[in-house]
Design a protein around this ligand. Structure first.
Ligand code: TPP
Length: 659
């Protein structure tokens, strides 16, 4: 292995040496502890340390790094207290996730590290968001994100690099090419000769380094980052290395040819660098011994503290409270009496515009939302008002963009992501349910992101432009869901969602956009999240609904003058207003839940179960539901009408009243 120290001082060389020694000695200790059954699982990065250490040392301390499961060297090079790191692996209260997540699945803003979720690739979109925030703030900072060669097969990898390319984001996308993804060798994972070739396809620069040569990694990243700070752009950095141990310790290495192991053992990054430093006279045997002793002592001390640290104390309330960054909504009323007539769509646009004025750190991202104004024209004129920096057209890549929303939050910014149609949220599903929803609970990072969801049927748009998919998210702890049914709430709930530093899904029914209007305040205001609204007072039954259901219920009740219905518009689905539902059921003793979404496992199922459990003695009849058929949404209007619940509503009300 050829080392070139260029003009680097002895101090730099020694720092890199110690940087390599720390993770190696920690790992050797972990392997012993694993055999002693004192730790549970271990993903070894032995043989790959030069990449994590070299890169981390080359970047500024306040530049974000998003590591993977083999990058202990990132954590140690950022000087994370060892006892806290070990406690994290042990799942004790001293760790970074209060025992809620394992191994390297955590981040800490203090050390400018955002840890992975198990899904690997989503890290890349988050890195884009951090880099975007740096760029918008004019910080001249680089962000670095790690990938294994196997993880590059995920769409997330592609999406995020593509976004970084078109937005000139200063992200180093590192691929640690170590020959295997679990047991799958590279030739069953990808066909490209080198990842540098892939860079060409993205129109960005690709650079290859010997990942076992710390000086080469350090020097390359250093010079690249100097350039990238001056001229922001992404780089694909391929580091050639080898995985010297199993995927994790229990899985072994039987499938790896012995010859390969022997070849790569000769290229060990620590031993070769040590030899070089000895030859250069930068270190001697004594230095190695004393450094090793000192580090081992620190490791042992850290382990003692970690092993003695307390197991987390399970407390239901804390577990639930930690889902969200604490935020107490203070409802904001309009400053003046000024009002104007607004269609549903104008109310959304109005709220968004006023939130953009109110929060200079709010960034809008979505397909065609800039000059074109969005397919529904909600952001028409926004580019002229707020500039292209904050009103961003995105490539067609929902996952990277939702991930970027989380990245913006890491840097204290706010994001609104527009789904062109709610149906397409499937492409960003993982980022929403696993990243946005869980990051605060896992390691205290809020996700200040509102995902706007143009939803609903009635426009003969077929199975993929009409779905109601709120129930997919309703089941996910850590999200909030609002679903307005009228212009006043549309504006107030959007403002409220943007104000709250936690993740929201904001459903807006497309059929309501231009079909309803109302006189609403011109000023900024918010509507209480979690509070339902009684739309009509009645005594015979309660119709609990939201969105389009509110309009169907009101309309159908006109044809039933002999029945008096209390109509409850939930407005917020997560958390939904249990008190309002309870009050209504107590008053009318009959409950019907109506929603446009399909029946099975829908929101009505949950509310119905809750009423049965909590209001049983108030009921004179079983709780009933009216919902769409349990099929996809058909295109032809007659079929669509048959699918939707409106046509079945009247007879269901009569059935409930007859009971
Ligand atoms: C989306 C997803 N699919 C599958 C897995 C299971 N898994 C975890 S790591 C891994 C192999 C990763 O290989 P690579 O990206 O090359 O990284 P390496 O482990 O070699 O460092 C697999 C299949 C996962 N974590 N996430």
């Amino acid at each position: 292995m050829h080392f070139n120290r260029k003009k680097y001082s002895d101090k730099v060389l020694l720092d890199l040496y110690e940087g390599l020694l720390v993770p190696r000695l920690i790992e050797e200790k972990m392997l012993i502890l694993l055999r002693q059954n004192r730790i549970s699982k271990w993903f070894s990065g032995i043989g790959q340390e030069a990449i994590a250490v070299g890169l981390t040392k080359a970047l500024d301390e306040d530049e974000y790094i998003l590591p993977m499961h083999r990058n202990l060297g990132v954590f140690t090079s950022r000087k994370m207290p060892l006892e806290k790191l070990f406690a994290q692996w042990q799942g004790t209260s001293l760790g970074y996730t209060k025992g809620r997540d394992r191994s390297f699945h955590f981040g800490t803003n203090q050390h400018h590290i955002v840890g992975m979720i198990s899904h690997l690739g989503p890290q890349n979109g988050v890195a884009d968001g951090i880099a975007l925030a740096s760029l918008l703030k004019g910080e001249k900072k680089v962000t670095a994100v790690f990938n294994g060669d196997g993880g590059t097969s995920e769409g997330d990898f592609h999406e995020a690099i593509n976004v970084a390319a078109v937005w000139d984001l200063p992200v180093i996308f590192i691929v640690e090419n170590n020959g295997y993804g679990l047991s799958t060798p590279s030739n069953e994972q990808f066909r490209c000769k080198s990842f540098v070739d892939k860079a060409i396809g993205y129109g960005i620069e690709g650079v290859q380094v010997d990942g076992n040569n710390i000086l080469e990694v350090y020097d390359t990243v250093r010079s690249l980052s100097i350039q990238m700070r001056k001229k922001p752009r992404p780089i694909l950095l391929e580091a050639i290395t080898f995985r010297m141990r199993g995927h994790e310790e229990a899985s072994g290495t039987k499938y790896v040819p012995k010859k390969l192991m022997e070849e790569w053992a000769k290229k060990d990054p620590l031993h070769n660098y040590e030899k070089y430093l000895l030859k250069e006279g930068v270190i001697d045997k004594e230095f190695i011994d004393s450094s090793t002793k000192r580090i081992k002592k620190a490791i042992d001390e850290g382990l003692t503290v970690a092993f003695e640290s307390k197991a987390p104390e399970p407390q239901e309330q804390t577990e639930l409270e930690d889902l969200f960054q604490s935020f107490e909504q203070k409802t904001i009323l309009p400053k003046s009496k000024k009002t104007s007539e607004k269609r549903f769509i104008d109310a959304i646009s109005d709220g968004l515009r006023q939130s953009m004025d109110r929060y200079p750190n709010l960034v809008l991202m979505g397909q065609d939302i800039a000059e074109y104004g969005g397919v529904f024209k909600i952001t028409d004129g926004f580019v002229q008002a707020f500039g292209k920096g904050r009103v961003r057209n995105t490539p067609i890549c929902e996952s990277a963009i939702v991930g970027a929303g989380l990245g913006l939050s890491v840097k204290g910014m706010k994001a609104m992501v527009e789904m062109q149609f709610a149906d397409f949220v499937t492409e960003g599903f993982n980022q929403i349910v696993n990243n946005l929803a869980k990051s605060h609970w896992r390691w205290g990072q809020n996700a200040d992101v509102v995902v706007r969801m143009p939803t609903g049927a009635g426009t003969a748009a077929g199975p993929f432009h009409s779905q109601s998919n709120e129930a997919w998210f309703f089941h996910t702890p850590g999200l909030k869901i609002v679903y307005p049914s009228n212009p006043y709430d549309a504006k107030g709930l959007l403002n409220a969602a943007i104000e709250d530093p936690n993740p929201y899904l904001y459903f807006e029914h497309k059929l309501l956009y231009r079909s309803i209007k109302d006189i609403i305040p011109g000023d900024y205001y918010t509507v209480d999240v979690g509070k339902a609204k009684t739309v009509a007072a009645g005594n015979d039954l309660s119709i609990i609904t939201y969105g389009m259901g509110v309009h169907w219920a009101s309309e159908v009740m006109k044809s039933l003058p002999e029945i008096s219905a209390e109509i409850i518009d939930l407005r917020t689905l997560l958390p939904w207003d249990k008190e309002a539902v309870h009050d209504a059921v107590k008053k009318t003793n009959r409950a019907l839940i109506l929603h446009e979404d399909t029946m099975t496992g829908g929101i009505g199922a949950e509310i119905s179960a809750w009423i049965n459990e909590h209001c049983f003695e108030d009921l004179d009849a079983p709780v009933m539901r009216v919902a769409s058929l349990d099929t996809p949404i058909p295109f032809a209007p007659v079929l669509e009408n048959n699918f939707l619940p409106k046509g079945r509503l009247k007879s269901k009300i009569e059935e409930l009243m007859r009971y």
